[in-house]
Write a protein that binds this ligand. Sequence first.
Ligand SMILES: [Zn+2]
Ligand SMILES: [Zn+2]
Length: 414
Amino acid sequence: MEWLQEIALIVLSISFFTFVALFGRIPALRKTPIGLIYRIIWIHIPNFLGFLDTRLFGGLFVRGWNRTGRYLLHENHALVLIFFIILLVISEVLFIPSAWPRIDLKHRVCTVILVVLPYLFLYASVTTTSAITPQNHHEQMRRYPYDHVLFHPGFVCKTCHLLKPARSKHCSLCNMCVSRHDHHCIWLKNCVGQNNYHYFMGLLLSTAVLLTYGAYLGYVLLDKTLQDAIVRNLPGVAYFGRHWSTGTTWSIYMHLWGLAIADDLRIGGVFLLALLTTPLAAAMFLYHVYLLWAGTTTNESAKWSDWQDDVADGLVFKAMGSQVSPRRAAVDKDVVEPTVPWPITNDQVLLLSEGPPRVGYRVCMESRSIVQPEDNEAPIDQRWTSVGSMKEVVNIYDAGFWSNLQDAMRIRRR
Ligand SMILES: [Zn+2]
Ligand SMILES: [Zn+2]
């Protein structure tokens, strides 16, 4: 039975590390044990090993590791996609023929539907791009207004030579500007953006449901095996109708489950894999529900987190756009005229500044910061106020959960 525990431990560890790698960075978890473990695993331990390697081997291992890491994370390969499909196919080929004769019609129908859905969503997510092209650029520019915090008008993509629409980002792996960029997904070998975010959410949800259902079916089948094997062999009618586990101790209960899994390895192995990976799929889905609730994308949540750090350091100042840059209204009018007006507008401008801006300052848009005038005696510009908390900043892309959901799921075409 020890090998069974080892496999369970390995799957659990992989799920845990993936969970930490995915969620340890997000602002909401930064100050929790998950954030701490993330920093230990991904920053402190690699730094320490790098230090040892430099001292002992002249940096030999770090160079090799960096090459591998660069390939895995920063090149557009299909390794993760292929691994996922192989895992899915093997699990289904092992599980379904063995379970099929033992389940009734309604479970057979559920099985077929739940097995097919992730493949459909996967196909749609991988093959749909959200590229911004010269042909659709005008339409893309009208999709969202600029918020003058995360996205500013007037920036041109150096590769595509097109004005960057609000909420877009250039992806160097896909080599295109991506509309409503969420993240480049190494799982899909594609960017998740405007045109495939709803498919991606479908993929996460259908995979989480499939895994939950696989774990549930596996539990029911193995439990029935145990019931048949144990209750049938017990003497007397006193046990009739009783569940096999009645009166067993925790350790015997776990031991019998181990026996049942080892005895029926096709069902047992897949049951275990589904059970241990369900939390990961569910957590990924829930994280994206959280992003929709917060009215942000993965890309924007990283930018918000940078602003949050700068606010905490007292570097962020806010002013009314119409007061500090009177041309802004005119510029916005040229650039943004949404097909359906975005429900929230705000006149805020946020910039970084070492101390309160003084009269005669310059603005450096590249670094989003204020350059103070050389005259140290210049009076403080009263139009600017220090931002003490993120609550003072309006996220215009958060139009409420239902609106955000409709927008991301393309229920409401804009
Ligand atoms: Zn671009
Ligand atoms: Zn990409």
